[in-house]
Design a binder for this molecule. Structure first.
Ligand code: AMP
Length: 225
């Protein structure tokens, strides 16, 4: 690492199906930093029967509730201190509450907070059109339809709609998202850190916006036009 070089610490916020996981993965690959997702960390704990926290975590996740902030904060603090984060990290799924954002502010030095903006109407359309097969392959009736309607192209199994993708559930998930995230968005906006990205475009275009914003920011910091 060069003198004065600071690790890239990047946070990606966004509603469900905004593509934030995909964008975080692209940032992770491009800048060679780990992709940290609290959803994945918690899922791994939940699936590990030897883990003493498994039952507790499962209780919250299976009900679609947030896992207590204190536990998630400790998991994140530990994760970002690991050796593989020496060049930084790209994180999604966290912070989810104002308390988590404040904790992160004390325990990390975040450079970029991207918000992948997608309208509620688009989210409802993306989610309610999603179909999956029992092996987890995902399709969309409009954006990535299968060759034979209702049958998975990859494994030939019958497709179905996940309960949490049904329109009524999607609406309630969106309500929870807004309740949780609007305060965090405001928090980062007030700090002048929030970078809004138009998430209604293609994956590549969304990523180009992210990279452009970073380059623009770096140029202005070192005084380049
Ligand atoms: P995700 O994959 O980000 O949708 O997360 C899946 C589940 O993990 C959520 O429904 C929560 O139960 C839990 N979870 C993930 N991230 C957090 C977080 N930052 N704070 C609390 N719970 C979380």
């Amino acid at each position: 690492m060069f003198k004065n070089e600071k690790p890239f610490e990047i946070i990606v916020l966004g509603p469900p199906v905004s593509g934030k996981g995909t964008q975080t993965e692209l940032i992770s690959k491009t800048f060679d930093v780990p992709h940290i997702s609290t959803g994945v960390i918690l899922h791994d704990i939940k699936s590990d029967i030897a883990n003493p926290l498994a039952a507790e975590v499962m209780g919250y996740m299976d009900k679609g509730q947030l896992v207590p902030t204190e536990l998630v904060n400790q998991l994140v603090a530990k994760r970002i201190k690991k050796d593989d984060c020496h060049l930084g990290y790209a994180m999604d799924g966290y912070p989810r509450t104002l308390e988590q954002a404040e904790f992160l502010n004390k325990n990390a030095d975040v450079d970029y907070v991207f918000l992948i903006s997608v309208s509620d109407a688009t989210i409802i359309e993306r989610m309610s059109g999603r179909r999956v097969c029992p092996s987890g392959h995902a399709w969309h009736i409009k954006y990535s339809p299968t060759k034979v309607e209702g049958i998975c192209d990859t494994c030939g199994e019958a497709l179905f709609q996940r309960d949490d993708d049904k329109e009524e559930t999607v609406k309630s998930r969106l309500e929870i998202y807004h309740r949780e995230t609007d305060s965090i968005v405001k928090y980062y906006e007030e700090k002048g850190m929030l970078i809004k990205i138009d998430g209604e475009r293609h994956i590549e275009e969304v990523f180009q916006q992210i990279v452009r914003k970073m380059v623009y920011d770096m140029r202005s910091k070192i005084g380049w036009k």
